[in-house]
Design a protein around this ligand. Structure first.
Ligand code: NDP
Length: 443
């Protein structure tokens, strides 16, 4: 049995029921087999055994009182997975589906994503099984205050810097930051994704969606092509999807779809970004509202958008949203490129299908690294007590995403698998962390 397979057996034995974490760690370990074969010293140092075990893991009670005076209790998590190359960094997710497995898979992926950004950030992730949907502002504030009352003990501007993720936007970050400051009496950059009036970075809101499109553009340019004139299918209508739509449009592409967990909208004339922002950012409404604003649009309840013919598909909603049948449909309809805006939106079978059918596949840890990159830039602006302009941050983001693409493409070639960006991203992300871990001894 190979070193990698031994670790997978160990993981399966010791993490029963953690299906998302096992899916992510198994796929990662199998893909870096050629790297492990080239570095026997990693086995002697039990490097993988250490890498798959979080450095620290906090699970805590989050009690709060709703508007009717009823006491509610949720379960909070913070996983400090790896600090080899910098302070723990990664978002907080508030969603009913949050559990240990989901948070661990996200934190594990974050290790390599953060490494790929070339910035000095380690990996963490956290969240809670709290559902912000349908809650009043007052309830959300009280919940966030209770969450931070536990979390503040383990985070800090030089140890662990959380950010937003699904269900945690600027409003929640504001409440969390306010409570941290109140408890600790410190005004520091302990969270990113903050509002501009209290230490946030320009272009953070746009960063993941824009970054995804910069990555896709760099990839297409390396093939002497571009997004101009391409038909693009996007899922989701949250933070990542909205800004991917905006930047794709700016680059001359036509975005045909957006979605939410109830269904998808198809607009044959291209999604109108102003209408999308009005519905999702201002009114915080459901995506089916779009068809009431645009005659060329149709709504498909209960469906995902992968049967709409396109050149480029960008899943930007959630994990495991492209299944094998969706992959076949995309391939049949002429799609040439899939890049992940969401974390782990494509199942391992679907990824295999894309690779076997010569569809270019850009994995999340590379393609959606723009958000955490600008978060790291927010940290450095906070430390310096200064702020950069939108244009400066956006330019840095574009450079980071181009570098990520070229680094992972080179890494794939180095391991004799040109075009395999999954291998390239995992290898390049892993090697930097592995090098730092080896240098720091058995810790
Ligand atoms: P948001 O909460 O802003 O939006 C999520 C979108 O996905 C919503 O449209 C939501 O619809 C939809 N969605 C959620 N669950 C499902 C589901 N089960 N089926 C179909 N649609 C669903 O989140 P973000 O845009 O911030 O994040 C999206 C993805 O990108 C996540 O995987 C996140 O981890 C990843 N990501 C985000 C980053 C960021 O900076 N924001 C950075 C890197 C990765 P509904 O309203 O119906 O729930």
């Amino acid at each position: 049995m190979s070193y990698g397979e031994k670790i997978i057996s160990y993981l399966e034995e010791n993490n029963r029921g953690q299906s998302e974490f096992l899916q992510a760690s198994r796929s990662f370990i199998r893909s870096i087999e050629p790297v492990l074969n080239a570095h026997p010293e990693y086995q002697n140092a039990a490097l993988l055994e250490r890498l798959v075990e979080p450095e620290r893991l906090y699970v805590f009670r989050v009690p709060w009182v709703d508007d009717r005076g009823k006491v509610r209790v949720n379960r909070g998590y913070r996983i400090q997975f790896n600090s080899a190359i910098g302070p723990y960094k990664g978002g907080l997710r508030f969603h009913p589906s949050v559990n240990l497995s989901v948070v661990k898979f996200l934190a594990f992926e974050q290790i390599f994503k953060n490494s790929l950004t070339s910035l000095p950030i380690g990996a963490g992730k956290g969240g809670c099984n709290f559902n912000p949907k349908g809650k009043s502002d007052n309830e959300i504030m009280h919940f966030c205050q209770s969450f931070m009352t536990s979390l503040y003990r383990v985070i800090g501007e030089d140890t662990d810097v959380p950010a937003g993720d699904v269900g945690v936007g600027s409003k929640e970050i504001g409440y969390l930051f306010g409570q941290y400051k109140r408890i600790t009496n410190k005004y520091v950059g302990v969270l990113t994704g903050k509002g501009l009036s209290y230490g946030g970075s320009l272009a953070r809101t746009e960063a993941t969606g824009y970054g995804l499109i910069y990555f896709v553009q760099a990839l297409l340019e390396s093939m002497d092509s571009s997004l101009h004139g391409k038909n693009v299918v996007i899922s989701g209508s949250g933070n990542v999807a909205i800004y991917a739509v905006e930047k794709a449009f700016e680059m001359g592409a036509k975005v045909l779809t957006v979605s939410d967990s109830s269904g998808f909208v198809y607009d044959k004339d291209g999604i109108d970004i102003e209408i999308l922002k009005e519905i999702k950012e201002k009114k915080r409404d459901r995506i089916y509202e779009y068809v009431n604003h645009k005659k060329t649009a149709e709504y498909f309840p209960g469906q995902r958008p992968w049967n709409i013919p396109c050149d480029v598909a960008l899943p930007c909603a959630t994990q495991n949203e492209i299944l094998i049948d969706d992959a076949k449909e995309l391939c049949k309809n002429g799609c040439i490129l899939v890049a992940e805006g969401a974390n782990m939106p494509t199942t391992p079978e679907a990824i295999k299908y894309f690779q076997n059918n010569k569809i270019i596949f850009g994995p999340a840890k590379a393609a959606n690294a723009g958000g955490v990159s600008v978060s790291a830039l927010e940290m450095s602006q906070n430390s310096q007590r200064m702020s950069k302009s939108f244009v400066q941050v956006d330019k840095l983001l574009e450079n980071i995403m181009e570098n990520i693409y070229y680094n992972i493409a080179d890494a794939a070639e180095e391991y004799n698998d040109k075009g395999n960006l999954v291998l390239g991203a995992n290898a390049a992300g892993f090697l930097k962390v592995a090098d730092a871990m080896m240098a720091q001894g058995v810790v």
